[in-house]
Design a protein around this ligand. Structure first.
Ligand code: HEC
Length: 697
């Protein structure tokens, strides 16, 4: 018996890096493979082995997974599908026959126990559990095979916009959801929630906007957890799981509304944070906030990479988090200790009226940022190839370029842009030697704030708030804090100091310098007092409480800073590919990624292009990436950054490739949906492999 046990325990599970069973290659999200049939020497012979055409076409951000002989992916219209991994022949599809959902979806999660094999996919407001072999809903999961993504939210958020664009993280039977929310004042809370993969039952919730008895509650206004105008701090981009330790690493986005935080005074934990949670209990182990009181939509954009680095001859299990603004934060996985010093630098605090700009922001000493930083640009950096360079310069001189300059009416340079720097494609890594491979955008954007018109302000208010805004805010302030210098008392928690009758009397009769308000009807007065006492019943009054609360300032929208030709206002590189050794924090190489035929024809050296979707690296020295709008799929030497192979895809692929082996042949597959960045739409998954006669050497 003992002998038998010994025998069984010797049977190691197949190497994780020989397979591609999870989103981005595995729970460590390293986009890394040990398959070695395709080599730097033969990569130039790759050719399409099969192509699968989805029924609908358009943008696909999917990185597919491969389980045994089946590849699972998602169509542009967000239908799940299964095809044969060796031929691309369709096995099943699931979802509406018409393109119904306008969101993207980046992948699926596979779970199995014995013969029960499931695929989880987020479509609209639901997470569906499908039989992996037939594509039929698994009746025993949640509500007839689908889980409402709002399950477990407070009442106020039960009808809000909650979808899932990134597949759930998985550990044993625990699924942890990634959700996309509104980024305005109607955002649902970004609670991190775990569910049972077998039944769909809730397991735990971690409040990223903490409740009164929870650590971090003091970093938001005390009522922020009630989700009445403050929400978000959600994980939308996915997570990484340390399966040995049972830790899930959860990067979060900013708290909503994105660009004005007058109603969310404080540091705003756990927004913009990397949070390490015990995946069995949801208890926090450590956290690190990468942006305090975010005013720039600096969501953490991608799952972190779980890697090993060397320090003073020791090997350390580390977690590396890329950011939109170009910094990489590297921590000890267990303790959260930063592996390079991080300095809190003082930043400008002259924000909009009512704003509570945080006075410092964290900047790691190493590695250097992987994208140029807006505050370092000079007039020499304005696009030299631009026909309207003078106009661009005029704008450039006017806008605020200071590091972490708060949003304002004159416009603030966001560079790298709202989509990074780093974006949802994430970084690839060689987990054993701690080398990180990041594709990056260098696209300038301008954020401009305007005052919300009075009528719009009022339209979003409850009846009592409305009476208050019209009659009282001028002296007691919008947020009821009053103004000590001017002698207007605060009305916050007035109910603790005055009775309803007394407040009624003051409103009607005035007091000292305060005039009486005899013109108010008694209904107006009652709702006003209810509002002041926090007794106004507004929850679920309108559209499930989804109505937006109005803030005094709004952004004019997402605007790229472009020249007349539609090219970036700053000079190249516009997109780069970077290799960083995270043991030393030093760059191994950096090359432009992508080029435009028109500029190439004019003799301009490779400019790099804006890019979406991540790289894939192989142990034997390759880095595959598409991501650019030039429609190319490229392979680089991962040790030098040298281009080894490129091919034109049927449509631009804003997606991360996957690699797998089936019956002795290695494939590299990529979803080509185009549409983004003005490119033509596509509907193909293309799997590349070496020619048949080449494969066995
Ligand atoms: C023109 C400025 C002004 C406006 C407008 C105004 N107030 Fe006042 N309010 C004051 C001043 C000044 C005081 C302090 C009076 C004193 O104690 O002498 C005050 C005091 C109060 C108090 C008593 C506070 C306390 O702590 O005892 C209440 C309640 C109050 N205001 C409610 C309102 C409401 C409700 C409105 C709108 C209907 C309103 N006020 C509009 C100036 C104003």
């Amino acid at each position: 018996m003992l002998l038998l046990l010994a025998f069984w325990s010797c049977r190691t599970e197949p190497d994780r890096y020989m397979q591609w069973r999870e989103y981005l290659g595995g729970p460590d999200r390293n986009h890394f493979s040990k398959l070695g049939q395709i080599t730097p020497g033969n990569v130039s012979q790759l050719e399409p082995a099969w192509t699968y055409s989805t029924a609908d076409s358009g943008q696909m951000q999917v990185s597919p997974i491969i389980i045994d002989s089946i590849l699972y992916g998602i169509t542009p219209g967000v239908r799940a599908f299964a095809v044969h991994a060796g031929t691309g022949k369709e096995i099943w599809t699931f979802g509406d026959t018409l393109k119904k959902w306008s969101h993207v979806s980046r992948g699926v999660t596979y779970w199995e126990e014995g013969k029960d094999k499931r695929i989880f996919i987020g479509i609209g407001h639901h997470l569906h559990a499908l039989d992996a072999l037939t594509g039929k809903p698994v009746a025993g999961f949640a509500d007839g095979g689908k889980l409402d993504l709002r399950t477990g939210y407070p009442d106020r958020a039960l009808k809000k916009y909650v979808i899932s664009t990134t597949p759930p993280a998985l550990f044993e039977n625990t699924l942890v959801l990634s959700v996309r929310l509104s980024e305005d004042t109607d955002a649902a809370p970004g609670d991190i929630r775990a569910f049972d993969a077998m039944t769909g039952r809730p397991i735990w919730t971690f409040h990223t906007i903490p409740y009164p008895d929870e650590e971090g509650h003091e970093t938001f206004p005390s009522d922020a957890h009630l989700n009445n105008g403050t929400g978000g701090a959600n994980n939308w981009c996915g997570m990484a799981v340390d399966t040995k330790r049972g830790i899930v690493f959860v990067p979060t986005g900013s708290s909503a509304y994105d660009f004005y935080g007058g109603n969310r005074e404080g540091q705003n934990l756990y927004a913009n944070s990397l949070i390490a949670l015990d995946i069995r209990t949801g208890k926090k182990i450590w956290h690190y906030q990468t942006i305090h009181h975010d005013l720039w939509d600096r969501d953490l954009p991608a799952p972190p990479n779980l890697i090993q680095v060397k320090r003073n001859g020791r090997v350390i299990d580390a977690v590396a988090q890329i950011t939109k603004h170009g910094y990489v934060f590297v921590f000890n996985r267990e303790t959260g200790e930063p592996l390079f010093p991080i300095e809190e630098i003082p930043v400008p605090t002259d924000g909009l009226p009512g704003e509570h700009v945080w006075p410092t922001q964290p900047v790691p000493a190493k590695p250097a940022p992987f994208a140029r930083q807006g505050h370092e640009l000079t007039e020499d950096d304005i696009n030299p190839y631009s026909p309207n360079r003078e106009e661009l310069l005029a704008t450039f001189r006017k806008i605020d370029k200071r590091h972490f300059a708060p949003p304002g009416p004159e416009g603030t340079l966001i560079f790298p842009g709202f989509d990074g720097g780093g974006e949802w494609g994430g970084a690839a890594a060689d987990p054993q030697n701690g080398i990180l491979y990041i594709n990056s955008n260098e696209m300038p954007w301008v954020l401009t704030m305007v005052t919300t018109p009075q009528d719009v302000m009022l339209s979003g208010l409850s009846p009592g708030e409305r009476v208050y805004a019209i009659n009282c805010a001028v002296c007691h302030q919008n947020n009821r804090s009053g103004s000590a210098e001017s002698g207007y008392p605060s009305l916050v928690d007035i109910g603790n100091r005055q009775t309803r009758q007394h407040i009624d009397q003051i409103i009607s009769g005035g007091k000292g310098m305060m005039p009486g308000f005899t013109q108010l009807t008694s209904a107006e007065k009652q709702s006003l007092i209810d509002f002041l006492l926090g007794q106004e019943k507004t929850e679920l009054a309108d559209n499930g409480g989804v109505q937006k609360k109005r803030l005094p300032y709004r952004s004019t929208g997402y605007h790229k800073f472009l020249d007349r030709n539609g090219l970036p206002a700053v000079g190249p590189p516009w997109g780069t590919l970077n290799a960083i050794d995270l043991s030393t924090g030093e760059y191994l190489w950096k090359v432009p990624l992508g080029e435009l035929d028109s500029l190439k024809a004019a003799g301009i050296p490779a400019t790099g292009l804006e890019n979406y979707g991540g790289p894939l690296v192989t142990e034997n020295g390759l880095l595959f990436i598409a991501a650019t709008k030039d429609g190319k799929f490229r392979a680089f030497d991962r040790h030098t950054g040298k281009l080894l192979w490129e091919t034109r895809l049927p449509a631009s692929a804003f997606a991360t490739p996957a690699t797998y082996s089936f019956r002795g042949r290695q494939y590299v597959v990529i979803a080509c949906g185009g549409e983004k960045l003005g490119t033509k739409k596509g509907n193909k998954y293309v799997a590349f492999a070496l020619p048949e006669q080449q494969k066995n050497f």
